[in-house]
Design a protein around this ligand. Structure first.
Ligand code: ATP
Ligand code: MG
Length: 509
């Protein structure tokens, strides 16, 4: 059939309208709502220590994944495949959807899944991840319990990021860091003139988090009055700003709470309201301590080392196997936070590209602390070995200790331990210590100067045995009982008073 002008113009107008609808759909997919949507993801308000900060970091990893996904939408035969093309596909915010970068099978892999922020391979961590994913599917309130520093905060964020509310605000408040007099206004807002300094109406956190998630950290520390106000809000969903005589509109927020105390015990002790406890404890997730998952220690430690090393722009150090063994064996009362601090300290002090047992804090390396050193010397195996080389194998201090100390294979604590151990053997005499550690008598001054320079001098008085102390007044060696530490600055002023000084030829005889 030949084209008439009318049919041609109808067809061209139809194709124009198809073009325009394609353009508008494409543009709305690639540059309209997705950008707005993506940036909304970055809006995560953290309130802690009385500060309100807008923090993108909290959910950055998950959001970046989504921006990448949106800015490079799946293509099929060169055309953008929008959500409408997958009516039965996963919804935008479902956990399944978040695991997909692109819909093409070759790209179907887990990228930046929020639960991956929970580092660990132990059965306990796998169970926690499953519990968090399960909790994220509903809107039920969650009470996270567990010791301090086990990762309750991270767990709360993961629930939010996995939930359908992930593109809405996540607002966290530490209930103990805000004074009770301010907490009500922080949570529920206030109206102008309600108290000194209230110059304008201000919404509270619950309003700010409308459609999103509120995380109440350390919830059990709330005063009875705040507990009553929170309970009323949880029951009615209504908030009343401080100074207002009527309730605001209903607020839709999901409430997550955490405590490192035993809530049941607090309820039994009548410190925490039972009705509030049951309101909050719809889903109870107990985050295990690090002691309960020793398999995760090395993974976490290396994860933190890598993070701190890259932040400082240095290569990640290697870790000696006995370091990992010591870390796994340690009890970790401060849990993951304490492990993280150890990793940071090692990176800050990093001298070598290899972390050895001597770099670990004594309590973690299994060495006794300074005060316990003499009482339990057997625990300090590597330094003990060096000590034995000098005492039993007659090796000199200058070859057994000095080079290792100068190359930092031995720490100051190690050196102090050797000195203490030696003074223990010589009943506090530095002169005999020089002999014990196979130095020439002439080395006495050099030895003391070396200890003083490196702040490794150890007061000798407490090593004097009771018998020697009793002998002291009669014994020349103790200079009339005046015990002077030859390594202290007193040395220079009171040389004649010390037995050890006699070795230099300056002592009183
Ligand atoms: N599984 C984990 N993977 C990686 N980092 C973790 C993990 N668990 C905890 N952390 C890190 O340990 C530190 C403490 O975690 P978090 O603040 O979540 O503990 P918490 O249980 O809330 O402690 P508190 O009871 O003192 O508030 C944080 O810096 C966090 O990044
Ligand atoms: Mg916390």
């Amino acid at each position: 059939m030949r084209d008439t002008p009318t049919s041609t113009s109808r067809r061209s107008s139809r194709s124009a309208s198809r073009r325009s609808s394609t353009t508008s759909r494409t543009s709305s997919t690639s540059s309209g709502s997705p950008i707005v949507w993506s940036w909304r993801c970055l809006r995560c308000i953290t309130i802690s220590k009385r500060l309100w900060t807008t923090s993108a970091a909290a959910s950055r990893s998950a959001c970046v994944g989504r921006i990448v996904r949106r800015s490079r939408p799946p293509l099929r035969r060169g055309r953008v495949v929008g959500r409408k093309s997958h009516p039965s596909g996963p919804s935008d915010h479902s956990p399944d959807h978040q695991r997909l970068l692109f819909s093409a099978p070759q790209h179907r892999r887990r990228v930046n899944h929020p639960a991956d922020n929970i580092i660990g391979v132990s059965a306990a961590v796998k169970k926690i991840r499953a519990e968090l994913e399960c909790a994220a599917r509903s809107d039920a309130k969650v009470l996270l319990t567990g010791e301090s520093g086990v990762g309750k905060d991270i767990a709360a964020r993961v629930i939010h990021q996995l939930s359908a509310r992930s593109h809405m605000p996540f607002v966290a408040i530490n209930c103990v860091s805000v004074p009770d007099s301010l907490l009500e206004a922080e949570l529920f807002g206030h109206v102008r003139g309600s108290f000194t300094g209230a110059y304008r109406d201000r919404p509270g956190l619950f309003e700010t988090a409308h459609k999103g998630t509120v995380f109440l950290d350390e919830v059990c520390e709330m005063s009875p009055r705040m507990q009553a106000l929170l309970l009323r809000f949880l029951e009615t969903g209504e908030i009343q700003r401080v100074g207002s005589d009527r309730a605001q509109s209903r607020i839709d927020v999901r409430v997550l709470a955490a405590t490192n105390r035993d809530p049941e015990q607090l309820v039994a002790d009548k410190i925490f309201r039972a009705d509030l406890y049951y309101r909050l404890n719809v889903i109870d997730i107990r985050v295990p301590s690090l002691r309960a998952r020793p398999e995760d220690v090395s993974l976490l430690f290396e994860h933190f080392l890598r993070g701190y090393a890259s932040a400082r722009g240095i290569a990640e150090p290697t870790v000696a196997p006995d370091v990992i063994a010591a870390l796994v064996a340690f009890e970790w009362p401060g849990n993951i936070r304490q492990l993280k601090n150890v990793a940071e300290r090692l990176i800050v002090r990093a001298q070598n590209s290899r972390i050895s047992l001597a770099d670990l804090p004594p309590e973690i390396a299994g060495r006794p602390r300074a005060a316990e050193a003499v009482a339990a010397p057997a625990e300090r195996a590597p330094v003990e070995e060096i000590f034995d080389r000098m005492v039993k194998n007659r090796e000199s201090f200058w070859s057994a200790v000095y080079p290792a100390f100068m190359t930092r294979d031995l720490t100051r604590d190690d050196l102090r331990f050797i000195i203490r151990r030696g003074l223990h053997e010589t009943a506090g005499s530095y002169k005999m210590l020089v002999e014990l550690l196979n130095m020439r008598p002439n080395d006495y001054k050099r030895f003391l100067n070396f200890l003083r320079k490196h702040e490794c001098h150890v007061p000798f008085a407490r090593f004097r045995s009771a018998e020697l102390r009793r002998r002291a007044p009669q014994d020349d060696e103790f200079s009339g009982g005046a015990l002077i530490d030859p390594t202290s600055s007193v040395l220079d002023r009171q040389l004649p008073a010390s037995d050890d000084m006699r070795a230099t030829g300056t002592g009183r005889r």
